[in-house]
Design a protein around this ligand. Structure first.
Ligand code: IMP
Ligand code: MG
Length: 174
């Protein structure tokens, strides 16, 4: 497929919004120790930008999961490709996600992590496509709501490419 990428959210807009999210998180977690659960690979750029703006004490762990689409044998479930290194029991956990689409990944991830009895569990996502939601899942902090378009950059990929773009852009078929 021939395509080009059209800028949707500039680097400056991303940085400004991430600062706002961090300010809110700093207020909400004042006096607490925040444990970031960063979902590989797409969330890494967002997580590192966000974490650098946090002033509350932060620890970080990483997890990789894949969700199956409709029609596959394990429909609805997620597979853990890389487990967390540390226990989350009694920790104030914030899941850091790049984008919420159907909500399937977060729906099952939240259930999985809640079963480990964290002190609290919240979700921050950089991007949300609310029109695409099929599962009942709400985020606690969201950077930008975007229309139903396939986007790349700032960690997000198309066939593993374009993660390193400094902005978020829509993939447009030529
Ligand atoms: P969900 O389980 O349908 O919410 O899917 C979320 C996952 O699908 C995200 O964590 C991304 O990895 C991927 N994804 C969804 N929409 C996009 C997109 O527009 N660009 C790149 N990846 C996406
Ligand atoms: Mg993802």
């Amino acid at each position: 497929m021939n395509y080009h990428i059209e800028e949707m959210i500039s680097e400056e807009a991303l940085e400004n919004r991430i600062s706002e999210l961090a300010s809110q998180i700093n207020i909400d977690y004042a006096g607490k120790q925040l444990h970031l659960v960063i979902i590989l690979k797409g969330s890494v750029f967002f997580a590192s930008a966000l974490a650098r703006k946090l002033t509350v004490p932060v620890t970080m762990d990483f997890m990789a999961v894949t969700s199956y689409g409709d029609g596959m044998v394990s429909a609805g479930e997620i597979t853990v490709k890389k487990e967390l290194d540390e226990e989350i029991t009694d920790k104030d956990v914030l899941i850091v996600e790049d984008i919420v689409d159907s909500g399937r990944t977060l729906y099952y991830l939240k259930r999985l992590l809640l079963a480990r009895n964290p002190a609290s569990l919240k979700i921050v996502t950089l991007l949300d496509k609310p029109e695409c939601r099929t599962m009942d899942i709400k985020t606690d902090y969201c950077g930008f709501e975007i229309p139903d378009k396939f986007v790349v950059g700032y960690g997000l990929d198309y066939a593993q490419r374009h993660r390193n773009l400094s902005y978020v852009g829509a993939v447009i078929q030529d």
